[in-house]
Structure formats: C-alpha cells, structure tokens
Ligand binder design. Sequence first.
Ligand SMILES: Nc1ncnc2c1ncn2[C@@H]1O[C@H](COP(=O)(O)OP(=O)(O)O)[C@@H](O)[C@H]1O
Ligand SMILES: [Mg+2]
Length: 348
Amino acid sequence: MPSGTQNDNAPVVGVQDLKTHFPVGGGLLSRFTGKREVVHALDGVSLEIMPGQTLAVIGESGSGKSTLGRTILRLQEPTSGTISFRGQDVTRLGREPLRRQRRKMQMVFQNPYSSVNRRNRLTDIIAEPMLVHGIGDAASRRARALDLLELVGLNADFAHRYPHEVSGGQLQRVGIARALATEPDFLVADEPTASLDVSVRAQVMNLLKDLKSELGLTLMFISHDLAVVSYVADRIAVMYLGRIVEIGTRQQLESAPQHPYTQALFKAAPKPDPRRRGKEPAPVGEVPSAINRPSGCHYHPRCPLAMEVCRQEYPVLEVKVGGQQAACHAVPAAEVPAGAVTLPVVPA
Ligand SMILES: Nc1ncnc2c1ncn2[C@@H]1O[C@H](COP(=O)(O)OP(=O)(O)O)[C@@H](O)[C@H]1O
Ligand SMILES: [Mg+2]
C-alpha cells in the first residue's frame, strides 16, 4: 500500500508475536544463583483490531492486560515482536515520528484522579494534549476544550473547576474528553470504570459507547468485569499469564466458550448487568507467578481437563468448533472443510 493512502479494510492495529518481559532481580535466590528473574508479562501475543471494532481484553489480575495496552501505545517498549498502526510498522519509530503517531492513539486510564494534574482547571486538562502536540493556538484550544466538555456531557460551568471539585464520574468524563482532544482513531481504555461508583458506571460506559459510534473510533477495552465487556465488546480476547488463550466474537465466547479458562471465567461471572459492581472473576485456584510459570500450558494446574501433554507442550492457538481460536489440547480443532483455503506450506 503506498504511504499516505488508507485502506478501510486494513486493521487499525495489528500486533505479531508481541513480547514484553520485565527483568526483576536482586532477589535472595538470584544472588545465590546469579540468575536474573524475568516476568513474562506479555509472551507472544498476536491480534488485529478492525476499524470501528471494540476488542475487549479480559482475564484475571496479572494476566498482562495493561501491559498489552501500554505496549501497543508504546508507553512500554516491547522486548520483541511488531506493532503496526494502519498498516505502518510503528515498533521502532523514533522519538519524533512516535510523538506524531501518538496523536492518533490515546489512552483512558483507570483512575482519573491519579492521571490528571490536580492543580489544573478542567479545560486546561482537556487542552493539554493539544498543547503537547502543538495543535492550534491558546484561543482555539480553549474553544475545542469547551466543545469536548460538552461532548462528554458536562456544561460550561465545569470549565473553571479543579479535579477535587467534581465527582469521580465527572472527572472520568474529563479523562475521556482529554483522550479525544487530538482526534485519535484508536483508544485504549484500561478498566475505565473500575474506580467509579456503581451508580455512574453505566453512564460512563454509555458515553464511551456513544462516542465510539459517533466518532468512528476503534477501541481496545480492558476489563475484568464481564458484565461491562458483554455490553461493549464486538470481539473478546482472553489472556492468561501473558498469552491469549481464546479470541473470537462476543457471541462465540459468550454462547460457547471453548477454553476451560474462559468457561471458568464466564461461569464465575453473574448475569450481565452494567450497573453491578465489578468483581474479580474466580476460576478455581490461584493465578501462578508470572516469573515461575507452570510448564506446558500455563493453565494446566488449575484445569479440570488437564492431560499429560498439557504439562509438556504449550498448545497452539487454533480455530475450534464454533469458529473462535483457542489454545487447548483438550478441545478438538475445527475440521477444515474440503476445498477450504489453507495457508500455503513454506517449502523447507
Ligand atoms: N513495570 C513492571 N515491572 C515488573 N513487572 C511488571 C511491571 N508491570 C507489570 N508487571 C508484571 O507483569 C504482569 C502483568 O501485569 P499487568 O499487565 O499489569 O496485568 P493486568 O493488567 O492483567 O492485571 C504482572 O505479573 C505484573 O506484576
Ligand atoms: Mg491492569
């Protein structure tokens, strides 16, 4: 594709075999053995998000959801793998091209209080990304900040207020307005309602959903709350210890989850209700350490279907019955119909 043209059928975001490892060291054991320990926060994730789609990323705490979001936006440098944005490889963009790229990819954070400068007025908070990216002059930035305030459902009375003078839900609206200030194509929302009161969660979710369709945004929505996910997602990716164990459409995963971990997550979750306070889903057992992960399939110690092969080999992510992809030895792969197009075999 020639540069400068946009293909609407191309993914907005694509990642291939993305890995983000954190060396952690200085532990007692490592001092004796001389070996540094590594957290495999992200360990070979591949996915694509198509224009206008919402991909929800779910999984228990520590599964690597935030690291995935941060690495895609390059707020965290990947250890290996590639990240592309509208067909352009952005994995190794230098400082200045990356800064320009950032206009198009923004993040809504979990806790609005810790992600804004408390000494700034709300309009200055919203205008800040425009200032950083050198967009417009002071007057036009201010006018746009007021428009954005209105867009997220806050009237001009809020313009001069400070963060401590508004509620958590109102401040999260400001966080969303700020993320939209540079007219991004792609938003990562990392548990955007988790810190909010139950009463305002649904309002903030509705706002995100409306803005998404109004502005044609592509969204990666990180949450451990399956009720919220059910409300916003087109597709769902399930993560476990740094890897995707299942990915497919919301309907596929909700009606017939294939991976035993996905099944356990959905079983543990109460009926979808966006007003409900989000609880951690609770499959049996504990999440193992991301430093000393179990051999083979990392889920095998908690898995009711575990077989010998599961202790030995990590299962490939493959298409299962139902059409979604899952990584599980115990679930048979979908049969490829005769005459179906298969990937060409690369000669040895
Ligand atoms: N900067 C960091 N240094 C070391 N370990 C980290 C860092 N960030 C995240 N981790 C570890 O990586 C794993 C995944 O974390 P995270 O992406 O925050 O998961 P989630 O968002 O799903 O809860 C966890 O084990 C976490 O402790
Ligand atoms: Mg997180």
